[in-house]
Design a protein around this ligand. Structure first.
Ligand SMILES: Nc1ncnc2c1ncn2[C@@H]1O[C@H](COP(=O)(O)OP(=O)(O)OP(=O)(O)O)[C@@H](O)[C@H]1O
Length: 773
């Protein structure tokens, strides 16, 4: 490893008076190239090592012994995790170099995606999340921290350029806040691919402070569009998993985003940082086994969002613990017995007083009813015939009677959350009782058939109901997995198995895998799936940390669900109050979080807009402010081109508008040369625009309009939330304001482009937008 020692000299003093600047750069480049080759070679060695170890472990004969098998599996899991990590970090393995001068001399550290060391434990590269790497992100011109920082720009495995930051307060201009400006601008100017990438090589100081904040507590990150909130939230998850691995490995991290297309957009970031064990969920999927469809009526959204719904659901459950209208005469065996209302009421009150959930308390209810009924039957028999009957026999006789069973069931049936919620909105008597504090108009709005699909707004109600009802098994009901669930589990297992095969082939073990290995892989695959999937499938799973993106959209009832998922209340919450679109979006962070944590949350703000060029961001801010939105505009990193606004006459019909949009989109596809174009329009236009665009640009517009990796994608402002495109064609902005969720939605749509914005509208345009001359 002499090569390593030679290349890890400090940057200081590397140039000599005799050499020209370009010679010095060349020498430095060579130095770095040599070093980076060493790093990749070590990575390759490690991969080979781990895959050989893995194959060996897999071949170990455990002699059918359960303990040896679990030990073998534990080793295998360890090697597999490490191998997966080594396989995921190839791209831009290393990106920085930090030289420090301290009392103990000069040190050079290379900063990369993971930590690497030589065989004899000499450090080669530091994980970006390690404490020693922090200065790489935190040193600024104003606070140089005694370091020299170099950015390495790689093309494949080769260093193509190096960039040294000037960390000298004397040389600071007023804007000296950006680090590694060249690398940063290269990242920002690159074409979008439809998938978010990591920013690990260019994290900025204000972002890094948030990423490395302590684990406990609720940390809110407010920031305008494009300030890197999503990026920061994901890198924070990776950091926490590194820094608190022991704790979070067991409890897990949950990431919540607004929609499944958004989760798809971000789902490559964590694996590229070597982290895979994270559970992701959209708001529609927070309740296991249900995917909530959008709730269309804004009034209904508002009603179901309110915390008062917890009381409504509680009442709905109480309504299912009934006292019959009259005393009932029942038959059991050869006896006749009266079931008095009073007895039922007493049993119900006692069962409720246990404080147990409905399904569990049902056991108490049934026991009390049978006991009291047997007692009165016993007394009756004794009175009539003088016989003293054994009470337990009578209880058994009553329990066997279909009439008695039916009568008891009608009073207190075991219930699933789905049934409760479906019937709540389908049966007038339940609706009227649980929503008694609401107007007749509101109740009419809420009513729907029992087989109507469950909506996103129903998801928190299901969760609430599940809390209050408890397990069905607690009520003695056996739960069988449905055919569909079984099919899904098999499909998942097959996928996992396929992936295992793939990764084996990738590391060159193909051909030596035995049938026993494959069985073990299969078991392992199932085991692994359940680690993440078990958490997702288990409503009562207590996560160690929850990350919430686009958090301004969460309703109070959705927050209530999330607070339940993390009893320790360790949250990273990122969002922008000004972008709030839904009918119940938060007006402030205090209003959103106050009911759950009072004022016990940290608030940080991100102030730099990395996505949208200033000329476009300014136009978006002008429109938002003209409509009275209070926003603090982040400072854009790039200037860019002003939006082109085309105003069609009021008389132009839908056909001319569509025509203009198609023409403009075609021009944008050419202009962005392989980049992505989004056409953002109100929901009702999406179908027609999609068809017209597919006709003009065959093969470029996705059939499913939400496939955001197509070159052209047509979507609503809601679906565009959190996403970005090289160019955006914005259709009929006035309609977006009226039709969708107000000017917040228009603001979201206008801030999606990384390069160009085109606006096309007929008739009057919203205030702040005027046709380009
Ligand atoms: N430090 C950085 N280095 C490179 N790129 C960055 C950096 N910070 C942010 N970006 C890029 O800026 C863009 C916007 O980031 P991101 O989507 O995280 O912003 P956001 O605040 O979540 O935006 P919005 O609120 O509009 O959804 C992304 O392309 C992201 O990769």
């Amino acid at each position: 490893m002499t090569e390593v020692a030679n290349t890890t000299r400090s940057l200081a003093g590397e140039g000599t008076a005799e050499t020209t600047p370009s010679e010095r750069v060349e020498r430095q480049l060579k130095l770095e190239r040599d070093y980076v080759r060493v790093l990749y070679s070590r990575l390759d060695d490690l991969r080979e090592e781990k895959s050989a170890e893995l194959a060996k472990v897999r071949r170990t004969d455990t002699g059918g012994n359960h303990q040896s098998r679990s030990e073998r599996d534990a080793f295998a899991t360890h090697y597999e995790d490490r191998l997966a990590q080594l396989n995921s970090v190839d791209n831009r393995l290393v990106f920085g170099r930090l030289d420090t001068t301290g009392e103990d001399g000069e040190h050079t550290r290379y900063i990369g995606r993971i930590g690497l060391a030589t065989e004899d434990h000499q450090r080669l590269m530091v994980d970006w999340r390690a404490r020693e790497a922090a200065a790489f992100y935190q040193a600024t011109g104003r606070h140089p921290m005694g370091v020299r920082r170099r950015h390495l720009i790689l093309d494949g495995r080769e260093v193509s350029a190096i960039e040294d930051d000037v960390l000298d307060p004397e040389m600071l201009d007023d804007d000296g806040v950006l680090q590694g400006e060249g690398a940063l601008l290269a990242a920002l100017n690159s074409k979008r691919t439809g998938r978010m990438t990591d920013i690990v090589s260019t994290i900025q100081a204000e972002q890094d402070r948030i990423i490395r904040a302590p684990l406990p507590g609720v940390h809110v990150v407010q920031g305008g569009p494009g300030t890197g909130k999503t990026a920061v939230a994901l890198h924070r998850a990776a950091y926490l998993l590194y820094e608190h691995r022991e704790r979070l490995r067991k409890s897990g991290v949950l990431i919540v985003g607004p929609s499944s297309s958004f989760l798809w957009y971000i789902d490559r970031v964590l694996p590229s940082l070597g982290e895979t064990g994270v559970v992701m969920s959209s708001l529609a999927d927070l309740y296991p086994g249900v995917h909530g469809v959008p709730e269309r009526d804004r009034e209904v959204v508002r009603i179901k969002a309110d915390l008062h719904m917890a009381e409504v659901v509680r009442q709905a459950v109480r309504d299912r613990q009934k006292v019959p209208a009259q005393d009932q005469v029942l038959h059991a065996d050869s006896y006749e017995v009266v079931l008095p209302r009073k007895l039922v009421r007493r049993a119900r009150d006692k069962a409720r007083a246990t404080g147990k959930p409905h399904n569990e308390a049902r056991g108490t209810f049934v026991k009390i009813v049978l006991r009291d009924l047997a007692e009165s039957l016993g007394e009756d028999l004794n009175k009539r015939s003088g016989n003293v009957m054994d009470r337990s026999y009578l209880v058994e006789d009553l329990r066997q009677s279909p009439e008695v069973r039916k009568a008891i069931n009608l009073c207190w049936l075991p219930l699933s959350p789905e049934t409760l919620v479906r019937q709540l909105f389908a049966k007038r008597r339940y609706l009227d009782s649980a929503f008694r504090d609401y107007s007749a108009r509101e109740r009419a709005l809420l009513e729907r058939p029992a087989d109507a699909p469950l909506t996103v707004s129903d998801v928190p109600l299901l969760d609430e109901a599940a809390e209050l009802l408890g397990d069905l098994e607690g009520a003695g009901v056996r739960i069988t997995t449905t055919e569909a669930e079984r099919a899904k589990a098999t499909e998942n297992a097959e996928k996992a198995l396929y992936n295992m095969h793939q990764s084996l082939e990738d590391v060159g073990v193909d051909g030596v895998v035995t049938a026993a290995d494959l069985t073990a892989f299969n078991e392992e695959a199932e085991h692994r799936m359940t680690a993440v999937e078990a958490a997702h499938a288990d409503r009562t799973w207590a996560y160690g940390h929850v990350v919430v993106d686009e958090a301004q959209e969460l309703t109070p009832m959705q927050w209530r669900v999330l607070m339940r998922r993390c009893p320790m209340k360790s949250f990273t919450v990122v969002g922008d109050i000004a972008q709030g679109g839904s009918a119940s979006a938060a007006k402030s962070w205090s209003a959103a979080l106050g009911p759950f944590v009072k004022d016990r949350f940290e608030l940080d703000e991100l102030t730099v807009n990395y996505r949208t060029p200033a000329a476009i961001a300014d136009a978006a801010v002008a429109v938002a402010r003209a409509a009275g939105l209070e926003i603090s505009a982040p400072k854009a990193v790039r200037d860019g081109e002003a939006p082109l606004v085309t105003g069609l006459p009021q008389s132009a019909g839908d056909e001319s508008l569509t025509q203009a949009v198609v023409d403009q989109t075609e021009a944008e596809v050419d202009a962005v040369e392989g980049g992505l174009v989004a056409v953002i329009a109100a929901e009702h236009r999406i179908g027609a625009l999609g068809s017209a665009l597919s006709e003009r640009l065959p093969g470029k517009v996705g059939a499913g309009m939400r496939r955001i990796d197509n070159q052209v994608v047509v979507l609503s402002p809601w679906d565009a939330k959190g996403l970005e495109f090289d160019s955006v064609v914005l259709v009929q902005p006035a309609e977006i304001v009226d039709d969708d969720d107000g000017v917040g939605s228009l603001y979201v749509a206008m801030t999606r482009p990384t390069q160009r914005l085109r606006v096309i509208g007929s008739g009057e345009l919203p205030e702040g937008l005027s046709p380009s001359s």
